[in-house]
Design a protein around this ligand. Sequence first.
Ligand SMILES: [Zn+2]
Length: 244
Amino acid sequence: MVFAKERRVKLKSEIKSGFIKTLDFFLPRFCTGCDNKLSVEENFLCDSCFEDLEYLTDRQLFNYFDEFFPPGSPVNAFYSILPYDIYLPARKIVHALKYEGRVQFSKLIAKIIVSSKYFESYYSENSILIPIPLNKVKKIERGFNQTELICKEISKLTGIEVSSSVLLRNKFTDTQTKKTKEARILNLANAFTIADKKANIIQNREVIVFDDVITTGATINAAAAVLGKYSNEPVKALSFAVTL
Ligand SMILES: [Zn+2]
């Protein structure tokens, strides 16, 4: 019986790889990093680009922690994986996901995060992942919230619980980019609320608030401030990348 089941699984994967082989013949897939043709086993990023990814160093992580989360910040731990800059793979991957709507790239991002050096020691059974919500207009325009997709993929790989209904984004009447830095921070301070009926989900839990890319830390600090009030535990921050 077990044998039969295994055989079926094997057959299924053979059919799948045969299918991909045929597809690759007519419609080759290319690596996001180097534009070389991908093999049947590879997805989005070729093995050599995956191995060559340049992770943020410990020193960079320390420095960014100090910069983004100075004393008084509600965030007490921070982890991020890749530098984000023009020509770097992290930017290409995030762009493909956010602006080309290639939602399957959320799997690649989750894989990179989960297989990174410190991730395994960054969460526990008491952790809950909270993606930064998009404002409603943006979510409708884009059709999805990329941080939510990535968190769900991380959860599939690790079993960490995810909730995207606890943290809500308040309505904005004007866009952030037109404001001065001070006005932006003030504006952000009121950007998030906790859904009353869902607040118990995070009570006494170690909240890990997730954003795809951190640029100034203002967004994630604003979110952590409201999350920390309800969780009664220190809040951790996690991102896929950090703007250089
Ligand atoms: Zn490549």
